[in-house]
Design a protein around this ligand. Sequence first.
Ligand code: CUA
Length: 162
Amino acid sequence: KYEKVWLVFGLGSLALFLIIIGFAAFWKGTHPQSHIETIDPQNVEANEAFQPENLGLTEVAEGKYVVNMVASAFNYDFGKEEDGSATKTIRVPKGSTVLFQITSKDVVHGFQVAGTNVNMMVEPGHISRFEAVMKNNGEFTVVCNEYCGIGHHLMFGTVEVY
Ligand code: CUA
């Protein structure tokens, strides 16, 4: 008799979980935010945000920044320093709001700013977006957290909050 009770309980919980997942997926359209806009990975420059001169950090308003970045095996293209050399560091003042817009030219990469809540997948064909408020001072290491090939460990950078 008890088995029957547990069976009903088990099936009931399963049904409940499925209903909750179903609601979460369809009712409010809960999708990963990053999957809204598509892009041609062979031609990321067709999107204004990913033209070479628009890569890297841009201040769009007081305390508001946008970071456009192209990930590829095995590099994050953060744009150029003023002297034309490739940069691996982004510097923003404490308290700023930073919108990261990242796409991949080849395979799935990750983009995590260790020590902050910035953590997303970067997929070819999609633009991943994440907006974060940089609350703490420090140097935060950017890492690729999706295994993308032999040079996976070479994908890193720094976000400096001053
Ligand atoms: Cu890119 Cu791992």
